[in-house]
Design a protein around this ligand. Structure first.
Ligand code: CA
Length: 230
């Protein structure tokens, strides 16, 4: 699965360079030219990493970082700051605010890609769900692929199980039908598999989950999210 990286930078030449090198490395890219755009995208798109320039018009990079890391919905998205040498103190503030790493301009694409890979790898380790989780009356055992509702076992198909797992993993973020389709049915799904396949599986999943079905929330015209209670 291709990871999606959001590039937050106002300088067009740098955006172009980053976009080219990230795509070459096999990542999907999105671009935000200012801080507000970046926050908007972080809240609506499913991102694996954010490359955040600190010098932005309007809401600056540090403010963006602070907002991202203080919202539960976006706090887990790794952030790599792009800084200038003269911004040494900002770099420290950024790391204190929760940024995962920084790269000082000018940097080589190779150096940046290496940092990205390291941060993504660390993120995956952290994101690993515990083998057994309990959310209200819903219990999941990932090693045994078992689901229970109020301690009674529920028989799910492998796709239904994957769907439930993917939604839980997103920790409250909204997942689009297309995203679910790509991730659960794969890029090579047959032509006849349409996005309504997702709806059909959600419907059967909800039926089986009974009282725990309330955790799966429909986001109209877009997709689904898992109402996650800590
Ligand atoms: Ca800039």
């Amino acid at each position: 699965m291709k990871e999606t990286i959001l590039i937050v930078e106002d300088e067009k030449d740098i955006v172009k360079m980053l976009d080219y090198n990230l795509k070459k490395e096999g990542y999907k890219t999105l671009v935000a030219h200012d801080g507000e755009d970046a926050l908007d995208m972080a809240n609506t798109k499913l991102l694996d990493l954010i490359l955040l320039d600190l010098m932005l018009p309007g809401v600056d990079g540090l403010e963006v970082c602070k907002e991202l890391k203080s919202e539960r919905k976006t706090a887990s998205i790794p952030v790599i700051m792009l800084t200038a040498k003269s911004q040494e103190s900002d770099k420290i503030v950024g790391l204190e605010l929760g940024a995962d790493d920084y790269v000082t301009k000018p940097f080589s694409p190779r150096e940046l890609i290496a940092r990205i890979k390291a941060v993504l790898r660390r993120g995956k380790e952290k994101e690993k769900l515990p083998e057994v989780i309990k959310i209200g009356g819903l219990g999941l055992d990932f090693s045994k692929i078992e689901v229970t509702v109020k301690n009674k076992p529920v028989e799910l198909t492998s796709k239904e199980f994957e769907l439930l797992k993917t939604l839980i993993k997103a920790k409250g973020r909204v997942l689009s039908r297309d995203y679910l389709l790509d991730n659960i049915w794969g890029f090579d799904h047959a032509m006849e598999i349409q996005t309504r396949t997702v709806d059909v599986h959600i419907r059967t999943l909800r039926k089986k989950l009974k009282s725990a079905a309330k955790y799966i929330v429909t986001v109209k015209n877009y997709g689904y999210r898992f109402e996650y209670e800590d």
